[in-house]
Design a protein around this ligand. Structure first.
Ligand code: NAP
Length: 261
């Protein structure tokens, strides 16, 4: 059950945060792992960790996936270096703040460029490889923000994360005849390096609003993505899997029972 040792996986945005958490889970399972991001130093540091964890192979590709040419070249380079591709985790994403009243055209274009166009172009570029695999899997990293919740300052981000799910549903239908499944994980608040900088008080406040009483780890998202990538998940497609410790469930702050811990 749940054997990923023979899998070749590409994680976009795999150099840190949730993407690295996803890559770590695949590495621990003995998979061959490729990661892409723009910053070569972070990619190399992440690659060293993945090797230590037991990845059968580690490939790094430094590239910007916001444009079609960059995404296509990065996916092709990674897949060729891995000798093929079974799983694409389209995870790279950005979340700069931009309140609606002052949002510029550039703010909107930049977020949609990475989060939506980067996702679409990465999946398109992976198709010939996933089809050849015979057990292709696509796992998108969306978010609870947009598909299920909102947060002031992030309307453009929410729109981009909801757009990923609209894309997923039709892609799942189009790719089903090739045996490729397309699913998404929707993380709640995850304790990434970026979030850790917000300070202990802020993090404690966030944790208190989550029924399971703590923020998620990048590996929590990785485990969900890895499950969707297994052979056993072959009959699940077009599914949006919320991974948030119950964060979206309370209808008000009073509905959250304080955690025992
Ligand atoms: P992060 O720590 O900032 O990592 C983002 C990754 O994407 C990095 O590897 C980054 O590397 C890469 N990246 C960003 N822009 C890129 C571009 N134009 N081309 C190629 N790579 C690019 O972010 P994160 O928190 O892990 O978020 C990862 C995903 O999870 C995003 O899709 C985000 O929307 C989603 N998410 C996060 C949370 C959370 O609580 N953190 C919650 C819900 C959803 P470079 O900067 O070097 O390119």
């Amino acid at each position: 059950m749940f054997d990923l040792a023979d899998v070749r996986v590409l994680v976009t945005g795999g150099s840190r945060g949730i993407g690295l958490g996803i890559a770590r889970v695949f590495a621990k399972a003995g998979a061959a792992v490729a990661i892409t991001a723009r910053t070569p130093e972070q990619l190399e540091a992440a690659a060293a960790t993945l090797k230590e964890l037991g990845a059968a192979r580690v490939v790094t590709v430094a590239a910007d996936i916001a444009g079609r040419a960059g995404a296509t070249a990065a996916v092709a380079e990674a897949a060729e270096a891995l000798g093929g591709l079974d799983v694409l985790c389209a995870n790279a994403g950005i979340f700069p703040e931009a309140p609606l009243a002052t949002m510029t055209e550039d703010d909107l274009d930049t977020v949609l460029g990475v989060n939506v166009k980067g996702t679409v172009w990465a999946v398109q570029a992976a198709l010939p490889f996933l089809e050849a695999s015979g057990r292709g899997r696509v796992v998108l990293t969306s978010s609870i923000t947009g598909p299920t919740t909102g947060f002031p300052g992030w309307s453009h981000y929410g729109a981009s994360k909801a757009a990923q799910l609209g894309f997923m549903r039709t892609a799942a239908i189009e790719l089903a005849p090739a045996g490729i499944t397309v699913n998404a994980v929707l993380p709640g608040n995850v304790l990434t390096e970026g979030l850790a900088d917000l300070g202990e008080d802020y993090l404690a406040q966030m944790a208190a609003s989550i029924p399971l009483g703590e923020l998620g780890t990048p590996e929590d998202i990785g485990h969900a993505a890895a499950f969707l990538a297994t052979r056993e998940a072959r009959y699940i497609t077009g599914h949006a899997m919320v991974v948030d410790g119950g964060q979206i469930l309370p209808e008000s702050a009073e509905a959250v029972t304080p955690s025992a811990s």
